[in-house]
Design a binder for this molecule. Sequence first.
Ligand code: PMP
Length: 392
Amino acid sequence: MKQKIRGKPLVYLDNAATSQKPQIVLDTLLRYYTAQNSNVHRGVHFLSEQATKEYEDARNKVRRFINAAEEREIVFVRGTTEAINLVADSYGRQNVRAGDEVVISAMEHHSNIVPWQMLCQEKGAVLRVVPINDAGELLLEEYERLLTPKTRLVAMAHVSNALGSINPVRRIVELAHRQNIPVLIDGAQAVPHARVDVRDLNCDFYAFSGHKVFGPTGIGVLYGKATRLEAMPPYQGGGDMISSVTFEKTTYNKIPYKFEAGTPNIAGVIGLGSAIDYLTSIRLDAASAHENELLEYATNAISQISGIRLVGTAREKSAIVSFVVDGLHPHDIGTILDQEGIAVRTGHHCAQPVMDRFGVPATVRASLALYNTREDIDALVSGLRKVSEVFG
Ligand code: PMP
């Protein structure tokens, strides 16, 4: 993070895409590969036992971090995308039939749209989309209207990656549960910014990615209530997910192993455990307060620049500022900012329906993390002023 980009100090404002890694995570990965590398749940030898212990300790860290009731409710997957695909493939294919409905919102990331679309196509089911208002807030009354006896599942973002809107997920779950409809929450953009308590939310499934929460890439978490996971068929077949195999019949392992076929991302899991240690040590609630203060500072400063329109002005917002500038393509803005060493994301943010909703092809998105400072925002604002000069 200390390096220079194009001769300028790096200002990293693309944290919603992926976060930078603290030293403790890097040290853990190095230690694991140099001194502990071994497969898990197999050998009786020392290294394998040690790797297995660290792997399972990390599961417990995740459990505590999101306040799940039991370790077996924590399934390690590749990321949010795989977690959602797992639920669509296993729970979805088991429970969704022709004419049934799956409810999502208009602010979902493609990874919380496409798996449901694929499922609906296969089953002849219907995808229902809860609309949002001009500020980027979910229309709760519309949501309530869309919950019917045909609804088999609700899948909803906790925080929108394109707009920053925070959804009232507790209420979303409560309303669905009144009709015995299970709810999956896509927590990819929520977990890095505020404490998540899955028991308080009472959701059936919760998904997030390690790499957005200061951990390694290629690792993520699916939380599922034990009763739900137990009733679901396996997602992938292979080693570790079985308890016995003959050519006639295979019996499956208990949860969570039923959903962890093959050699898992052991280093990733242990590295994620360290990222959680890091977040626990710095106190996530203090980091949240810092980010909220920065968000307000950034929103005020950016909205004062002439020609800028903010996209996403929800009352409840997380650390994301998305905007467009009159007459300029976001990619041109991103390229000029890059010349200043400022990393922002430009594009549709894997949320094309959100762009359609706001009538723009793309936005510029500055997304904050706990290590960002007011100086970073000042650099962005002066970079944006340069953009106006270049094109002005
Ligand atoms: N959902 C949201 C809200 C996201 O922001 C992202 C990542 N941009 C994802 C899902 C997908 O996460 P991953 O690519 O880590 O699987």
